[in-house]
Design a protein around this ligand. Sequence first.
Ligand code: 3PG
Length: 208
Amino acid sequence: MNKLLTAHPIVPVVVIERIEDAVPLAEALVAGGLPVLEVTLRTDAAIPGIKKIIKHVPEAIVGSGTVNNASQFSVSEEIGCQFIVSPGSTDELLDAARASSTPFLPGVSSASEVMRGLDYGFDCFKFFPAEAVGGTALLKSFQGPFSNVRFCATGGIGLHNVSDYLALKNVLSVGGSWITATDLVREKRWQEIELLAREAVATCKSSS
Ligand code: 3PG
């Protein structure tokens, strides 16, 4: 997981409401320079949408997000997700992930959750919901006790603060929905999404 996130420091968090949107949305993100997609399992269209992206957009590296239990974890593996992300962590999910070879990014928002994840053998986490739980200040505080732990920060991140997160040595990447805002997807504004992706990539490059 660490390698993937280091190579791709911005991960768009995608909600697919209509199956027909999956491929053009993924194509726009790939064209804009963001091939790693976290497709959230929050809608009925998510699973068929992921399948379509895997089949028709081979440049995309697709993972499932909002994976809240072991059964969603197995479905994600079955359909060929290349990585799996959860907003938090339960023992059931951590057990399932430990027994699997699919890269997993468990969600954490506190020191105790990081420690539980470490006990299970994970050292890279989704820090969620980043802004609401303390943002960059909390991540900086984690650098002392958890010097080998790395994070993908998500929740409340946009163009205005992405550089602050990526400047931290324990942050490998950030995730967010600002590039794939609901209205843009509903109105099929693929070119704007591609431009937002390009803008995010440029901001990330200029801050590195
Ligand atoms: C997620 O599941 O990671 C969040 O919904 C993304 O957070 P954001 O919408 O604040 O970017």
